[in-house]
Design a protein around this ligand. Structure first.
Ligand code: RM4
Ligand code: MN
Ligand code: MN
Length: 431
């Protein structure tokens, strides 16, 4: 690690003089729009998005998986990868675990993992439960199955197992120093008439209530909606309205989590964000991008303008700063090196944040007040079209990270190094 740090510094030195002149120019440009470039850098440097433990390995589709080699063999090695990522970006200071894909066990197991992460400067963000697959540790050793749903199931024994799994995930999170649990349910049905919409909703609401009863006072719980998949006719928590009903019906510290891929085509996600923030129920984010559905593609790679608008709404909600929320990258890496993709995703988030911070919000408000749609567009686009990359690079440098994280990752030779250590055929567990 110390060696990686000095290699990052060496790589930064190579780029420093170009960076300094680019930065001076960028500060000049944004200053002319009445934006304080220093404040942009400070806010970008403050921002962090959790890395998901399941995304440091290759994902796959239902047609196949093509592992890249050198993938982490256990949760400890996943945290090593996240630490490497964070040392390059300075903006992935936490990891989000998916249980049971990553389950260190209570007691000594959790304590050991927490110690390992702390030594690398990594904390634990929201915990994720999994009742969408059958796994001996979540199904009472195979006595129940989630084939027909978990909390929504008509069978009380299945619902009980799902609630107990969530309680376990919370207990684990307490020992790891987490502060939230995200409940994404695959519950729903494929065939009209197969189940009752109302019955399923009511059972899920009751189950969430039992999970919430186990949530510590200084924790939050998040409900994550998704319109379809794996249920293709009806998902119980299918949209933000249902997610809000579930959150409001469960308790004060239950909030909605917005996964950018979990909306029907053309949904105005920035408006959804504004609404949820307005009622104090915006709890978390899963960042990714998509063309068609829950594609889990690289953040900002398909609809960067939408990402910029969403972050603009977040800044509005936070009074010019990113509001406190559980920010996480939720992607699946099928073709790229997972760490390279996470580097690009984090960079895209930082760029969109800097662009949104470069919008002169007072000017925008004036244009809105004057019903001047053309001027409003000018103000917005001046922010979006600013080349903020030097400001973002400077934010990274001030966090002790890399000016150019992807080039530095390659120059350091991290992947060849771990491939030699872990094996060319090592495949990460989980998704
Ligand atoms: C779901 C959803 C959840 C994630 C799983 C793996 O589509 O996005 O957040 O935990 O996938
Ligand atoms: Mn998600
Ligand atoms: Mn998803």
């Amino acid at each position: 690690m110390a060696n990686d740090r000095s290699r990052i510094e060496e790589e930064n030195q190579i780029r420093l003089s170009w960076h300094e002149s680019d930065l001076a120019h960028a500060l000049d440009v944004v200053g002319r729009s009445g934006v304080d470039g220093e404040a942009v850098i400070t806010e970008v440097a403050r921002f962090s998005a959790a890395a998901p433990s399941w995304a440091v390995g290759t994902g796959g589709t239902r047609f196949g998986r093509f592992p890249g080699g050198g993938e982490p063999r256990d949760t400890y090695e996943k945290i090593d990868d996240v630490a490497m990522l964070n040392s390059l970006t300075g903006a992935n200071r936490t990891v989000s675990l998916h249980v049971p894909w990553d389950d260190p066990g209570l007691g000594a197991g959790a304590a050991g993992l927490r110690r390992h992460a702390a030594e690398l400067g990594i904390g634990f963000d929201a915990m994720n439960s999994n009742t969408f697959q059958d796994n001996p540790s979540t199904t009472n050793e195979g006595r129940v199955s989630y084939k027909f749903g978990s909390l929504a199931n008509v069978d009380e024994a299945v619902r009980r197992a799902a609630i107990e799994h969530n309680h376990y995930v919370i207990d684990l999170g307490i020992e790891l120093g987490s502060h939230a649990v995200t409940v994404w349910l695959a519950d729903g049905f494929n065939h009209p008439g197969q189940a009752s919409f109302r019955g399923q909703f009511e059972r899920v609401l009751a189950g969430l209530g039992e999970i919430y009863a186990h949530v510590p006072d200084d924790w939050e719980m998040y409900t994550e909606h998704k319109p379809y998949e794996p249920a293709f006719y009806s998902s119980v928590n299918n949209d933000w309205g249902t997610s809000l009903l579930l959150a409001q019906g469960t308790g004060d510290r239950v909030k909605c989590l917005v996964d950018l891929g979990h909306h029907l085509p053309n949904t105005n996600i920035e408006q959804v964000v504004s609404r949820l923030a307005m009622v104090g129920r915006l709890g978390g984010f899963h960042f990714n991008d998509s063309k068609y559905g829950d594609d889990d593609l690289t953040v900002g790679s398909i609809t960067p303008f939408q990402l910029f608008l969403i972050i603009g709404e977040l800044l509005d909600a936070g009074g010019g700063r990113m509001p406190d929320a559980a920010y996480m990258i939720d992607e699946s890496h099928n073709l790229k090196d997972p760490l390279e993709d996470l580097i690009q995703a984090t960079d895209a988030l930082q760029v969109a944040l800097a662009q949104a911070l470069c919008v002169n919000r007072a000017d925008l408000a004036d244009a809105q007040q004057a019903n001047d749609a053309a001027r409003a567009a000018e103000v917005l686009h001046r922010g979006f079209r600013t080349d903020v990359r030097p400001l973002v690079a400077e934010a990274r440098r001030r966090n002790g990270a890399a000016l150019d994280p992807l080039a530095t990752f390659r120059a350091i030779g991290y992947r060849p190094g771990v491939t030699a250590a872990r094996g060319a055929d090592s495949v990460a567990t989980g998704l």
